[in-house]
Design a protein around this ligand. Structure first.
Ligand code: ATP
Length: 318
């Protein structure tokens, strides 16, 4: 292993920069050449390759986004696209590629490994929707961003004695809603894994009001419906004023938390070690605080286990 390359792909997540920094500095520490590929697989096909030095990653550990930029590319999925990508990697004499992204990006890495490129994946996505790992880079920061919003909305909804719905990211995975909802003391957490009954929810809101609750915070994962429509329904059924706030892309930005920076540093370091050991088609994760790695297919086929206990706790404490 002499020369490795790193790219970020799919949705950006806070902590991706810390992971790039870890990959670059570990590689240099081990006397490898290290290249950065800009704009994910799209940039790879275009030959957007830049040399990376220690200074290239100076002053980025605290920054959200990704200095390598990110993109999605349908063309890369085609045989022609993958062939072009392999051609570029061969031209630059890249021995190993580290891909920071979500499940789609990992599928891309798996395809490249089938074409002879050694690949390692680092999970970077705010949704925490990769079942094989307990946490992904960016999830902790996004959850803290949501928590901050919940705290602020609680102030104003208490002042007006309103119902406040916070709509957060999470199409198939309700982890952001569950963690931020529990930490923020939300009265109701609505996530795709559990579903909900509108009538039952309205009944709960009304009962809570009658029992003296001065506010009612509902955290809603986007995958299960829109906040605006739910607010209208609650207001119509209960007669209590209800407002929805959609946090949107705010959840993707911001300075990564200490936890995300450390996770990114550990993942980045391990990714280079795996290439050094001659491994390929592996993804890195964390299980019970230990860094793990497994085959990409195995990782992507791991069935998701929902944290029932955490949900039970959130319900009991609401
Ligand atoms: P996020 O979870 O944040 O959305 P992601 O990595 O899952 O991140 P995707 O848009 O699904 O994001 O994938 C990123 C890119 O990976 C795609 O634009 C495409 O270029 C590549 N990719 C996805 N699926 C495949 C596949 N089956 N084969 C080859 N490449 C793929």
């Amino acid at each position: 292993m002499k020369k490795i390359a790193v790219l970020t792909s799919g949705g950006d997540a806070p902590g991706m920069n810390a992971a790039i920094r870890a990959v670059v500095r570990t590689a240099l520490d081990k006397n490898f050449n290290i290249l950065g590929i800009e704009r994910g697989y799209r940039g790879l096909m275009n030959g957007e390759v830049v040399p990376m030095e220690r200074e290239s990653v100076a002053d980025i550990i605290q920054r959200g986004g990704t200095i390598l930029k990110t993109a999605r590319s349908e063309e890369f999925k085609t045989d022609k696209g993958k062939k072009i990508a392999v051609g570029i990697l061969e031209k630059f004499q890249v021995d190993g590629l580290i891909v920071i992204g979500g499940d789609g990006s990992f599928k891309g890495a798996q395809e490249l490994s089938k074409l002879g490129i050694a690949t390692i994946g680092i999970p970077g996505t705010i949704d925490n929707d990769l079942a094989y790992t307990d946490f992904t880079i960016g999830f902790d920061t996004a959850t803290n961003t949501v928590l901050d919003a919940i705290n602020k909305l609680r102030d104003t909804s208490t002042a007006h004695q309103r119902v406040s719905i916070v709509e957060v990211m999470g199409r198939n995975c309700g982890d952001i809603a569950l963690y931020a909802g529990l930490a923020g003391g939300a009265e109701n957490i609505i996530i795709p894994e559990k579903g909900y009954e509108e009538e039952e929810l309205c009944k709960n809101v009304l009962e809570a009001k009658l029992n003296g609750k001065v506010h009612n915070l509902i955290v809603l994962a986007e995958g299960i419906g829109g906040g605006e429509a739910l607010a209208k329904k609650i207001q119509y059924v209960t007669g209590i004023e209800a407002r929805a706030t959609k946090l949107g892309h705010i959840q993707r930005g911001g300075s990564p938390t200490c936890r995300d920076r450390i996770l990114a540093s550990r993942f980045g370091y391990r990714a280079v070690e795996l290439l050094e050991e001659g491994k390929t088609s592996r993804v890195i994760g964390i299980k019970e605080e230990k860094i793990i790695d497994l085959n990409i297919d195995e990782a992507l086929n791991t069935p998701r286990k929902f944290d029932e206990k955490l949900y039970e706790i959130a319900e009991a404490l609401a």
